[in-house]
Design a protein around this ligand. Structure first.
Ligand code: NAG
Length: 542
């Protein structure tokens, strides 16, 4: 732009001239006589969150006051080089002369101008002005809670503090919120109040050094970064709430089964009798069905789900169907091979009876209790009507990557124990250190919860609010590593061969890993949801 190059040249010349010749009054020596002109300069406008991105104030369709010229020239070399684009506001301000609220211009708002303002408001634009070298900041406008209506601040209330013949303090209050409706005229107004101040001229910049200054001025904007930005979306229901709550319910049930079976095994020496471990597990599983119903049902109700009977069926039969499906499949192979492991027909019938006549009714009881006792979505933050767009982020912040990384630490905390469990399973060594297994379970839960919370915190800070599935899956990915470990175990630690043994091994390993994954996922999700609740309870939203 030739014009601004010319301006720089002019500034250089002017600066040289200035440094040679003494200037007498106004901004240049910062002293004023009564009723002398005080210039309000408009500088830049730009998004609050990106201080480097600035535009000229008048690049937004603001209007200027009627006064066109000022009585002296103003520009320094430094400003020109820094890209400061001071433009005269056209407002009449005179030293120690009060101005009552008066309109200085009107914006004729057409569609294009409205869109420009709406864009600026959506991106939290703020503008900067100068009076006597003192910077002043103001917000362009404000959106309502749903982000549907946009309002412009139209009244600049200036309070200027003076000490003797010098200006030492300026405050701007934005008032006069006007809704942006196309084809209307928006009057812009200002007022000036002069106040005696005790601030010394040498100290007048001190208030900008105080870190609380910006927070104090723009508190509502200053809070809005990172995870706090998504307060209107974190409690939005997860995608596929029906499957999600069924998984969480089942995970809670598996967790309680593991806990109870390990305790019983520690107390009762279950290993002495062959098969008693499995019978105990089945019995405990059936007995803990209300846990499944309670957590699954209440979560589904909180997420606003309506097909709760369907959810209950899926929640109740997810694990039994998986276990029985695998067992029946392997059974067919066993029958074909005439192996000794074929499950008797009577057992299959018994399992089906347990599912329909014990697990289902108990699950129903739990679901009804859960829906009624804790089915209210009493979230600390309201959910906005319109979902916020999820911003672009670095690849390692993508949920898929977080999910893959999440399982590594929990797996690391249990893989030695996995070796002993696999050995007791496949090498028919008797496992008897249940106290140790208990300890491992506790450690696994603690590590899982911690890792999931950290993962979720990163995700929310990237302003991605899809934390429910991410927290579940990042904990559940532990199971993928366990399953991979089982391949290593198969090839290096066992001497199994043939279709039957292979499908038997990998089939039951898949069941074991899936159950472990669902359990870890539910534990991770429960911990994280408590964490998310906690941090958003303390967020102040105005
Ligand atoms: C500006 O605001 C600060 C903080 O509220 C106050 O202490 C100061 O007196 C104000 N100055 C003027 C000139 O109103």
């Amino acid at each position: 732009m030739g014009y601004s190059r010319w301006k720089v040249v002019a500034a250089v010349v002017f600066a040289l001239v200035c440094s040679l010749s003494p200037v007498d009054a106004d901004e240049h020596d910062h002293t004023y006589t009564d009723k002398e002109e005080v210039v309000l300069w408009m500088n830049t406008v730009g998004p609050y969150h990106n201080r480097q991105e600035t535009y000229k104030y008048f690049s937004l369709p603001f209007c200027a006051g009627s006064q066109k010229t000022i009585s002296h020239y103003h520009e320094t070399l430094g400003e020109a080089l820094q890209g400061v684009e001071l433009e005269f506001s056209g407002l009449q301000i005179k030293f120690k002369e009060e101005v009552m609220q008066s309109t200085y211009c009107e914006i004729e708002l057409d569609k294009a101008k409205r869109d420009a303002f709406v864009y600026a408001i959506k991106n939290h634009y703020w503008y900067q002005m100068y009076i006597d070298d003192l910077p002043i900041w103001g917000i362009v406008g404000e959106a309502d809670e749903n982000g549907e209506e946009h309002y412009l601040w139209t009244y600049k209330k200036l309070e200027i503090g003076f000490n003797g013949n010098r200006i030492v303090d300026v405050n701007l209050t934005s008032e006069g919120k006007v809704r942006l409706v196309p084809n209307t005229r928006i009057p812009m107004s200002y007022s000036v109040k002069w106040k005696k101040s005790d601030v010394k001229f040498e100290d007048r910049f001190d208030k900008y050094l105080d870190p609380s200054f910006f927070q104090h001025r723009d508190r509502d904007l200053g809070d809005e970064y990172g995870w706090k930005q998504v307060h209107g979306d974190v409690f939005r229901p997860s995608s596929h709430p029906l499957i999600f709550s069924s998984l969480i319910g089942s995970g809670c049930q598996i967790f309680s089964v593991s806990l109870i079976v390990i305790i019983v095994a520690m107390v009762e020496d279950l290993y002495t009798e062959r098969g008693s471990m499995l019978s105990t597990a089945i019995f405990v599983y059936a007995a803990t069905s209300p846990v499944n119903g309670y957590f699954g049902g209440s979560l589904y109700a909180k997420q606003g789900g309506r097909r709760w009977i369907k959810q209950m069926f899926i929640g109740a039969f997810m694990i039994p169907a998986m276990v029985c499906g695998t067992a029946f499949f392997i059974n067919f192979i066993a029958i074909y091979y005439h192996a000794s492991r074929a499950i008797p027909f009577g057992t299959m019938v018994a399992v089906c009876c347990i599912c329909f006549f014990v697990i289902l009714p108990l699950n129903l009881v739990g679901t009804i209790l859960g829906r009624n006792l804790s089915g209210q979505p009493n979230f600390p933050c309201r959910v906005n009507a319109v979902p916020r767009p999820i911003p672009e982020k670095k690849w390692f912040m993508e949920p898929a990557v977080i999910v893959c990384l999440g399982g590594i630490l929990p797996f690391g905390s249990i893989f030695i124990e996995m070796y002993f469990i696999f050995t007791s399973f496949w090498a028919y060594k008797i496992y008897y250190v249940y106290g140790f297994m208990m300890l491992v379970l506790v450690i696994l839960c603690i590590v899982t919860v911690c890792v999931t919370i950290v993962c979720t915190y990163f995700l929310l800070n990237a302003e991605d609010y899809r934390w429910q599935w991410t927290s579940f899956l990042s904990a559940a990915s532990t199971a993928v590593y366990v399953y991979m470990y089982s391949f290593y175990y198969y090839f290096f630690k066992t001497k199994m061969y043939g279709l039957f043994q292979t499908s038997f091994y990998f089939g039951y390993m898949a069941v074991f890993s899936t159950a472990l994954g669902i359990m870890c996922g539910a534990v991770g999700y429960m911990g994280t949801s408590a964490f998310v609740r906690k941090i958003y309870t303390n967020v102040k939203i105005d």
